[in-house]
Structure formats: structure tokens, C-alpha cells
Design a protein around this ligand. Structure first.
Ligand SMILES: [Zn+2]
Length: 108
């Protein structure tokens, strides 16, 4: 059993909040998840497959916040780059069409 550090009420080890005063009870040190620095690999995966990164982010955001963050950042960056790339391609293709049309205009 643990005791609330605010009011001294005896509370369950599993309790996250004191039922008497509502103070959040910090979990015992040996039960806290390990350092939440995510694996950079998941950022790379999210970058190349934004949808997978997004799914991993949703699935992991509670259990593996570090990896979830990595996957989420990778997905976000990959997603934004995808948009930029498609916009750029649209501009390039549009310019080429204009140039080709102008070229044919001069030939005829
Ligand atoms: Zn309390």
C-alpha cells in the first residue's frame, strides 16, 4: 500500500489518483516506462510510408510515446514533402505543357 503525499490517505499501489483529495499519485519508479526516446527507424518508416507512421502513432501514443512521436514526426514530414513534391510536379508539368504549346505555335 502507498500513502497520498498530499493528505496521507492510504491508497492502492495501482491508484493513479487519491480518492480522498484527488491528488495525482506518481507511479513507483520501477513501474514507470523506460526513457521515451523513440527509435529513429520509425521516423524513417513514417517518412516513406506516412499512412503507416500515422497508424503507428495512434496505436503507440499511450504505450510507446517515444516511438509514437518518432513515427508521427516521420509521417508528418513525409506527408508534407509528398504535398510539396506533387505541387512541384504539377508546376513543372504545367510549365512544360506551356513551353510545348508555345513551341508548336512557332512551328505552325
Ligand atoms: Zn490525498
Amino acid at each position: 500500500m502507498a500513502f497520498c503525499k498530499n493528505c496521507g490517505n492510504q491508497i492502492s499501489d495501482q491508484a493513479v489518483m487519491c480518492p480522498m483529495c484527488g491528488t495525482m499519485v506518481s507511479a513507483p519508479v520501477n513501474n514507470t516506462p523506460k526513457a521515451t526516446s523513440g527509435n529513429f527507424l520509425w521516423a524513417v518508416l513514417g517518412f516513406f510510408v506516412p499512412l503507416a507512421g500515422l497508424i503507428l502513432f495512434i496505436v503507440w501514443k499511450n504505450d510507446r510515446p517515444g516511438d509514437a512521436k518518432m513515427a508521427g514526426i516521420g509521417a508528418l514530414v513525409g506527408f508534407i514533402l509528398n504535398i510539396i513534391t506533387s505541387v512541384l510536379w504539377g508546376v513543372i508539368v504545367g510549365l512544360m505543357e506551356v513551353l510545348l504549346l508555345e513551341g508548336s505555335y512557332y512551328y505552325y
